[in-house]
Design a protein around this ligand. Structure first.
Ligand code: ZN
Length: 317
C-alpha cells in the first residue's frame, strides 16, 4: 500500500500542542515519547485509534522555537479528511474554539476549510464524499459522524514540479491525477487516508525557513524492509539520490533523503506499529523510550517540560 505514513512538524509549547490536537481536533495521542535524536525534547504522535499509517501527525515541541516562514521548498499545508457534509460542523467548532480559519473554498471539486494551529501550522479539512461510511473515533466530544478520518494529504510548495513528481510516481507509488491552476495532484492508488500529494508550483519565490509551525518532514509508506530497500535502490539508480542508512524508530524503520525540491522525505515501514510497547487500549498513556535511552529515563523525565493541562480561554493564543 502506497501513501503518506506520517507527517512531522515543529511546535512550540508541548502542552498547548497536546491540547489542540486531542481536545480541539479530537485525535488520539497514540504515543508519548522523545525525539530519539534529541532526547530531552518530546515527540508526540497523534492519529486514529490505532495510529494507522496515513493518520499520524507528529510534533517536536521546542518551547522556544522561532516561528517558521512559509515559502518554497517545504510542505505548505497538511490536510485531514472529514465527511463532505461535516465542513459546516467544523466551521462552527473553529469559531467556538477561536481557531484561526479561512472561509470554506473548493479544490478539485471538494470543499476545503483551511485553518492554523496555535503555532501557525497550515492545516486544512477536506470534505470527502463517502468518508462518513468509514470508522472514526469520538475524541474531544466530536460526534463520530463528523470526526477526522486520517490525512487527506499534503501540499508541497516547490519551484518546479517535475523533478519531485518523478520521485512520487517512479519510487513512492503515486500516479498523476490532474491539475488545477498551479497545483499538480498525485494520488496513491487504493489509499484512503494519506493518499494525496499536491505540488503547488510557484517558480522563483522566497524560500521557506524552518521553525515553529513548519513541517519538518513527510514520511511515505513501505510495507516492510524489503520494499523499503527496493525504493532506496531505485532512488540511487534512477535519481542519484542516496538515502540515509536505516534508522530504527521503534514503531517503524526509516530512511531519509532530501528530494530535489528541497523537502525532507522519509520512507517508513508499516511494521511494527505503535502497539509494540503498549497495549492498543493504552496507547499514549505512558512515556515510552527506546531501549538505548531507558538507562537515562530519570534524567530525561526531569528535563522534559511537563505536559500540563492548558488553562481555559487559551484557544485563541
Ligand atoms: Zn518521521
Amino acid at each position: 500500500m502506497a501513501g503518506i505514513h506520517h507527517v512531522t512538524a515543529i511546535a512550540g509549547r508541548a502542552s498547548r500542542n497536546l491540547d489542540f490536537y486531542t481536545r480541539v481536533l479530537g485525535l488520539r495521542l497514540v504515543k508519548k515519547t522523545v525525539n530519539f535524536d534529541d532526547p530531552l525534547t518530546w515527540h508526540l504522535y497523534f492519529g486514529d485509534e490505532a495510529g494507522n499509517p496515513g493518520t499520524i501527525l507528529t510534533f517536536f515541541p521546542w518551547e522556544h522555537a522561532a516561528p517558521g516562514r512559509r515559502g518554497v521548498g517545504e510542505t505548505s499545508e497538511t490536510a485531514f479528511r472529514v465527511p463532505a457534509v461535516s465542513i459546516g460542523h467544523w466551521l462552527h467548532r473553529f469559531i467556538e474554539h477561536g481557531v484561526s480559519h479561512d472561509a470554506p473554498a473548493k479544490r478539485f471539486g471538494e470543499p476545503v476549510l483551511r485553518f492554523t494551529d496555535p503555532d501557525g501550522t497550515s492545516l486544512a479539512l477536506v470534505g470527502v464524499a463517502g468518508a462518513e461510511a468509514e470508522a472514526a473515533r469520538t475524541g474531544g466530544g466530536i460526534p463520530a459522524e463528523h470526526a477526522i478520518r486520517g490525512f487527506h494529504g499534503v501540499t508541497l510548495m516547490l519551484g518546479e514540479a517535475a523533478p519531485t513528481a518523478a520521485i512520487l510516481t517512479d519510487v513512492l507509488g503515486f500516479v498523476a491525477a490532474g491539475r488545477e491552476g498551479g497545483i499538480h495532484r498525485f494520488r496513491a492508488e487504493g489509499a484512503k487516508a494519506g493518499g494525496i500529494v499536491d505540488i503547488h508550483e510557484v517558480g522563483g519565490f522566497l524560500a521557506g525557513r524552518s521553525g515553529r509551525g513548519s513541517v519538518h518532514h513527510v514520511a511515505f509508506r513501505a510495507a516492510d524492509d524489503e520494499a523499503q530497500s527496493a525504493m532506496a535502490e531505485r532512488l540511487a539508480d534512477e535519481f542519484r539520490l542516496w538515502p540515509t542508512e536505516q534508522k530504527d524508530r521503534k514503531y517503524f524503520r526509516s530512511v531519509y533523503f532530501r528530494e530535489p525540491g528541497g523537502v525532507l522525505f522519509e520512507i517508513a515501514t508499516d511494521l511494527p506499529g505503535f502497539a509494540v510497547d503498549e497495549a492498543p487500549e493504552a496507547l499514549g498513556s505512558a512515556l515510552q523510550l527506546p531501549s538505548f535511552l531507558e538507562p537515562d529515563r530519570a534524567g530525561i523525565v526531569a528535563a522534559l517540560v511537563p505536559l500540563e493541562p492548558e488553562p481555559a480561554g487559551e484557544d485563541a493564543s
